[in-house]
Design a protein around this ligand. Structure first.
Ligand code: ZN
Ligand code: ZN
Length: 112
């Protein structure tokens, strides 16, 4: 909860030191997700991050995107989008809409 960035399972495991149990991890995270306490961000097939839902934007249905820094691989939640979700053609149904902006964070921009 104190983390500013979204965390991967590996990063969470490091923070928990020895108190890590894989099945407990998945069970707790599933529960937290169901209660909209955290949300999962799939960056790609290799990288999944978890963020604390500070904005509660998933609860009231507003879509928010995420920023992924390609240098330091940090992920952070962006402010909820003002626009609507993309409109689908007839006959299509969406499960989720994922918006990931990739680029450089301020720290990496300065050092590049
Ligand atoms: Zn960065
Ligand atoms: Zn988020």
């Amino acid at each position: 909860m104190n983390a500013e960035q979204a965390l991967s399972e590996f990063e969470i495991r490091e923070k928990l030191h020895g108190n890590y149990d894989r099945s407990t991890f998945y069970r707790s995270f599933k529960t937290l997700e169901e209660h909209n306490v955290i949300h999962r961000i799939n960056i790609d097939n290799q990288l999944v991050k978890y963020a604390f839902c500070a904005q509660q934007s998933h609860v009231n249905g507003h879509l928010h995107g995420h920023f992924y820094c390609r240098e330091c691989h940090t992920v952070r939640c962006l402010d909820p989008m003002s626009g609507e979700a993309p409109v689908l053609p007839d006959g299509y149904s969406a499960d989720e809409t994922v918006i990931i902006v990739k680029g450089l964070c301020p720290v990496c921009r300065i050092s590049n």
